[in-house]
Design a protein around this ligand. Structure first.
Ligand code: NAD
Ligand code: MN
Length: 362
């Protein structure tokens, strides 16, 4: 029987609630499918690890993850540690260490979930935002000089490399080509940022020539926010820089109903390293430890994980179970206006997966 090694990194806050929920769902799926199994290993890195060891994860941590088939991640962020330390010390260390340069964020209107998009978009709306995940505004290049003095200076340099832009454009065009509408929007800000973003636009034109069957257009990022609200059906696949796509994808999640339902994949398309799957949301300090966290974003991330490792039938079944659960308002968590707990939603998804199994056996 095929066996997949999955590393679980719950991290901080509600990551500690939604990642075990994701693991439970994957286990239920493997039990029902019977064609494969998972070997999970959990790494307790994050804020608590930082308090004990002075770092968010051990120096040799990447080596420990190097040979797993996929990583399921929760969130990094602790109320008592500055956000740039938690983010750079764990999540970005893994994303950058494993060169997961394509961050993929789908948005759909799930059955039963009410959000602003539902009122202005067709029910079959299907966006995928591709975020450059290795450089740009979050390259980490910059510094502070004269700290604390009146002449203090601070810079964050946005670094764009030709190789980095070419590979994310190619990934986005290829993804658009594989989807029914073959439609790509390249988000830019080349009116105001006249160097890197101009190169970004030029490379889009060059790469587009390799994909003559993909229709594509260009949109300034500020205009794109308005287009997402006013003409949502005009978008399908979207590619944007690290910062732009970070913001656009949170907007997409909120428009679709809640941050709690949106998934992400951090992908190394060349498969030199493991890829990492995580809900889009953060540690949600305001609700942590209360059983209020919506696990749907993590479950949908598990769907992406399954697709990535090649178990597409299992991915389809899990997505179907997720949609059955969201369709039932009694199974909505508080962020969706309901009263269900993380555990109740998890149990409902697991029960549906087990039911599939019984139907298959019968
Ligand atoms: P957040 O996503 O943690 O929370 C924003 C709001 O959405 C909160 O009101 C929260 O309760 C709600 N929410 C988020 N996920 C939910 C879920 N699954 N179910 C129900 N409600 C949910 O964003 P924030 O408040 O800006 O950040 C909190 C911390 O998380 C910060 O330290 C930040 O740096 C970190 N963070 C980490 C990641 C990551 O690791 N990928 C992403 C975003 C934020
Ligand atoms: Mn973000």
């Amino acid at each position: 029987m095929k066996s997949y090694r999955i590393a679980c990194i719950p991290g901080d806050g509600i990551g500690k609630e939604v990642v075990p929920a994701g693991q439970a769902v994957l286990e239920a799926l493997a039990a029902a499918q019977r064609g494969f199994r998972f070997e999970f290993s959990t790494f307790d890195w994050g804020g608590d690890w930082y308090r004990a060891h002075g770092e968010m994860m051990p120096a040799a941590g990447l080596e420990a993850l190097r040979h797993v088939d996929a990583i399921l991640f929760g969130s990094a962020g602790d109320p008592h540690i500055p956000d740039h330390i938690t983010l750079w010390g764990l999540r970005l260390k893994i994303c950058q260490g494993f060169d997961q340069y394509a961050n993929v964020r789908p948005t759909r209107i799930l059955p039963g979930i009410d959000g602003p998009l539902k009122r202005c978009a067709p029910a079959d709306l299907d966006w995928v935002i591709v975020r450059e995940n290795s450089e740009g505004e979050y390259s980490g290049v910059g510094g502070r000089v004269h700290q604390g003095h009146p002449i203090e200076v601070a810079t964050d340099l946005s670094m764009m490399t030709r190789a980095g832009v070419e590979r994310i454009m190619r990934f986005a065009f290829r993804l658009a080509q594989s989807r029914p509408r073959k439609l790509l929007t390249v988000v830019t800000k080349s009116n105001a940022q006249r160097h890197a973003m101009v190169m970004w636009d030029e490379i889009a034109v060059q790469v587009a020539q390799e994909f003559p069957d993909v229709k594509w257009d260009k949109e300034l990022v500020d205009a794109c926010t308005a287009r997402m609200v006013n003409r949502p059906a005009s978008l399908d696949t979207v590619v944007a820089t690290n910062l732009h796509a970070d913001i656009l994808s949170d907007l997409a999640a909120a428009l679709a109903g809640s941050l709690g339902i949106a998934p992400t994949a951090n992908i190394d398309p060349e498969r030199r390293y493991p890829s990492m799957f995580e809900p889009i949301h953060g540690s949600a300090f305001d609700i942590m430890g209360k059983g209020l966290a919506n696990p749907i974003g993590t479950f949908w991330s598990c769907v992406m994980l399954l697709d990535h490792i090649g178990e597409s039938e299992a991915a389809r079944q899990l997505m179907q179970a997720i949609e059955k659960v969201t369709a039932d308002p009694r199974l909505h968590t508080r962020d969706l206006g309901g009263k269900a707990t993380t555990e109740e939603v998890t149990n409902a998804v697991c029960a549906l997966l087990a039911q599939n199994d019984r139907l298959r056996v019968a």
